[in-house]
Design a protein around this ligand. Sequence first.
Ligand code: FPP
Length: 242
Amino acid sequence: MTVPEHVAIIMDGNGRWAKQRGLPRTMGHRKGVDAVRETVRAAGDIGVKYLTLFAFSSENWRRPETEVSDLLGLLKAFIRRDLAELHRQNVRVKIIGDRHSLQNDILDLLIDAEETTKANTALTLIIAFNYGARDEIARAMASLARDVEQGRLRSQDITPALITARLDTSGIPDPDLIIRTSGEERLSNFLLWQAAYSEFIFIPDYWPDFSRETFHAALETFASRNRRFGGLVAEAAAAVGT
Ligand code: FPP
């Protein structure tokens, strides 16, 4: 089976999972963290090299304050409790998203997770936090514009590869597969640039029900797809530099 090198997941449906059971939304997020653990393990076991999880979008701040603080609390608790185990599993943690406006406590934790695991070589777990793709692209453009202003770069030398290298995902291959749970079928400002040639799989299950089995079934569907990258055969991948 062809295992995708990079899988990115929009973990959707925590709230609906809880509502269906008459539970508070926060219980859905809590169960969602269990699904995160299982998915990280499954990805490492099957040989996925990069796993990106959409944990908190730049738009999620619009949710009620209690839910925002629950989500931040769960992410902090995950890093505090699971970092040693991730490190033991040889997982490298990387954070993407806008770091500038984050509170110091969470920023310190995220930086510590990256620093502690930076030499690990098995799975790279990319956590998209305070992430929005348009914001990421705008920050990359601003950085290129600064180089042009200061004479380090000529505008005619700006290429797709140069833009790719300024994104938060610099050095990480584009996702081969993007999965979204909960039956919603949209990208919601996630990895817009990087998704140019990604395969999409939409799963009806809510995120807390996502399991190793669901993951394997998605990988089998992916393996049966014929990727052409705009050409006629899969080898055309080389031509787009993926
Ligand atoms: C979508 O469900 C899920 C989120 C907005 C957050 C996902 C976060 C976690 C699973 C926990 C923390 C993450 C990590 C990496 C430890 P929703 O609330 O939008 O569900 P709904 O659409 O049914 O309301």
